[in-house]
Design a binder for this molecule. Structure first.
Ligand SMILES: Cc1cc2nc3c(=O)[nH]c(=O)nc-3n(C[C@H](O)[C@H](O)[C@H](O)COP(=O)(O)OP(=O)(O)OC[C@H]3O[C@@H](n4cnc5c(N)ncnc54)[C@H](O)[C@@H]3O)c2cc1C
Length: 577
């Protein structure tokens, strides 16, 4: 019997595993991951991780930037805990071997980042996620008792009488289906960018954990808040990190004009400044792009309209030392050199502010079930996450969820629940039936594409009631059609079609929650901009959206008050001092 079973081998999952192993070596910990842990999306994070370090910065200022950046939808008790613990987590990583970049005098280097009014973003060049995940992974290897299920795909949570009892998972290599009984489960399955067609997210980010929890009755929170990052490469959606602007990059339109000065984000400065307009928050910058498009000031390309990121004035030396990966990506995927060429960029879906509803310890309303990282909504990100807050979030709340789960496991002994056997057998039959294949019906890829374009059209940077209402119907129809898709692969080994089908079902349910929450929120806040309700409405909507799965499988949306501790709602100001 596993004491703490962690679904996900990214930053949140591995940090949780270490916390459990450290706190009580007698507990049995397992990490299940659909890819080898080092291939989790955390590895691709580039720009950095925020935590107060330098003189002249304070915890309160990091709190305030996060809360105002989130348009006052963050739970302030969660933000305070996060900000207070983030520095300790980053120092702990240093002790485990993370090579933070340094100033010439040996101090940890920090860079400015979007919406952060002080320099507090630690980085390891522009490969921060790679070094962070390596550090965590190699640390887990010291704990030989952490059991790993690499390339196992979890299809179901076993929940009975309001308590979790384990998971059902498929070993991708062999097709073996197993029930893994556990006293507690931590979901650390990352985000769901793949419900949209154009995203920086890896192909594996399909929202599985959110769907697993939602189907068993746990509510999801703030699903309408989808972050667009302003600078993705057209066609591939590969991210050009905010660090490029932090190091002094400019955004220019087709006339070579630094257009952000027209959007109350500040004045153009020749050198990077903390409050430089290119370092406004991501929601505002992505919205400014849409306005430029309407003014005919973007450039049309076969892959959609673009503006340009200009790094030429930084010079080769700075580009190679501070953002070498940006140069590497531009050369490999765009066939250009940022030292001499302009980089075409456009907004791209990047991050989910919403996720499984948890308290500050990662606990969900299902006893023994926890969630941490991008799959969870604690919530510290509110209506718009600030860049570089996610990496410290996965550390702080991965650890917290690990400690809380360990405590729960210690105080809830007992053997395997009968539900694990019966629900496991049902799930096995369902998966075996799916593997029998079907010669009729539509292709998984076709339905996925329809879903992605429906979401982009209805729940993109700007939304409106009519289009959202239509999307509700389209998604309901797509879900029905997904029950009768064509499945050609009937083999057991590496049956990726079967996996893709499970991911499609998860994404469709998640897509429905995004649209339902967006339709319900009749105001504009952070990343959720309704053209038919363009003002923020604190009277009604200073509240989280909480979405449950109704018995007929459709989403049912309610509101939950936001926790305000010390910072009453105010205006978000970036351009003025
Ligand atoms: C390109 C890019 C750059 C970024 N840069 C930054 C940055 O500079 N700073 C910052 O703060 N944030 C950044 N972010 C955001 C941040 O990296 C992520 O939010 C964070 O790493 C998510 O970590 P996680 O542990 O929650 O999930 P992930 O790292 O996505 O891991 C999810 C894990 O869950 C497993 N899993 C999922 N479903 C299943 C299933 N059904 N069965 C079994 N296992 C499953 C996967 O195998 C994986 O191991 C960036 C994101 C992207 C996409």
């Amino acid at each position: 019997m596993i004491d703490v079973l962690i679904v996900g081998g990214g930053g949140a999952g591995l940090r949780a595993a270490i916390a459990v192993a450290e706190t009580d070596p007698a507990l049995k910990v397992a990490v299940v991951s659909k890819v080898y842990p080092m291939r989790s999306h955390t590895v691709s994070a580039e720009g950095g991780a925020a935590a107060v370090i330098g003189a002249g910065d304070t915890l309160d200022e990091h709190c305030y930037d996060t809360i105002s950046g989130g348009d006052w939808l963050c739970d302030q008790d969660a933000v305070e805990a996060f900000v207070a613990e983030a520095p300790r987590e980053l120092i702990q990583l240093e002790h485990w071997g993370c090579p933070w970049s340094r100033e010439s005098d040996g101090r940890v280097a920090v860079r400015p980042f979007g919406g952060m009014k002080k320099m507090r973003t630690w980085y390891a060049a522009d490969k921060t996620g790679f070094h962070l995940l390596h550090t965590l992974f190699q640390t887990t290897l010291k704990y030989r008792d952490i059991i790993r299920y690499d390339e196992w795909f979890v299809t179901k949570l076993v929940v009975d009488d309001g308590r979790v009892h384990g998971v059902v998972a498929v070993e991708i290599r062999t097709g073996r289906i197993e029930t893994i009984p556990a006293r507690t489960v931590i979901l650390a399955t990352g985000g769901c960018g793949k419900v949209f067609p154009f995203t920086t997210n890896a192909a594996i980010k399909t929202g599985d954990g959110m769907a697993l929890a939602y189907r068993e009755g746990a509510p999801l929170k703030d699903m309408e808040f989808v972050q667009y990052h302003p600078t993705g490469l057209p066609f591939t959606g590969i991210l050009i990190t905010e660090a490029a602007r932090a190091e002094g990059g400019w955004l220019i339109n087709k006339d070579g004009y630094r257009y952000l000065q027209d959007y109350d984000l500040g004045r153009p400065t020749p050198t990077p400044k903390l409050r430089s307009m290119e370092l406004g928050p991501r929601d505002r910058l992505s919205q400014a792009f849409v306005h430029e498009q309407h003014k005919n000031r973007t450039v049309d390309t076969p892959y959609g309209p673009v503006v340009y990121l200009d790094l030429r004035h930084l010079g080769e030396g700075k580009i190679d030392s501070r953002i070498p990966f940006v140069r590497e990506l531009c050369r490999s995927y765009q066939n250009l050199d940022p030292a001499t060429d302009l980089i075409p960029v456009r907004p791209v879906v990047h991050y989910m502010m919403g996720g499984v509803h948890t308290d500050v310890h990662g606990a969900t309303p299902i006893a023994g079930l926890y969630a941490a990282g991008e799959t969870a909504c604690v919530s510290i990100n509110g209506a718009n996450r600030l860049g570089s807050n996610s990496l410290p979030e996965i550390l702080v709340f991965g650890r917290r969820a690990g400690l809380a789960a360990a405590e729960f496991a210690r105080s809830h002994a007992g053997g395997e629940a009968p539900a694990a056997r019966s629900q496991g057998a049902d799930e096995r039959r369902r998966l075996e039936r799916a593997r029998e294949g079907s010669r009729h019906g539509e292709r998984i890829a076709d339905l996925r594409e329809r879903m992605q374009h429906t979401l982009e059209g209805a729940a993109g940077i700007y939304r409106t009631g009519d289009v959202l209402t239509k999307a509700v119907d389209t998604l309901a129809e797509l879900r029905e059609r997904a029950e009768r898709v064509r499945v050609d692969d009937t083999s057991a080994a590496f049956n990726t079609e079967l996996i893709n089908l499970q991911e499609l079902h998860a994404m469709l349910e998640i897509a429905q929650t995004i649209v339902a929450c967006a339709l319900n929120r009749q105001e504009s806040r952070g990343a959720h901009q309704r053209t038919d309700f363009s003002a923020r409405d604190d009277e009604t909507y200073l509240a989280h959206s909480l979405v449950h799965r109704a018995p007929d499988g459709t989403p049912s949306v309610g509101l939950l008050p936001v926790t305000i501790t010390r910072w009453p709602p105010g205006e978000r100001v970036y351009g003025r001092d």
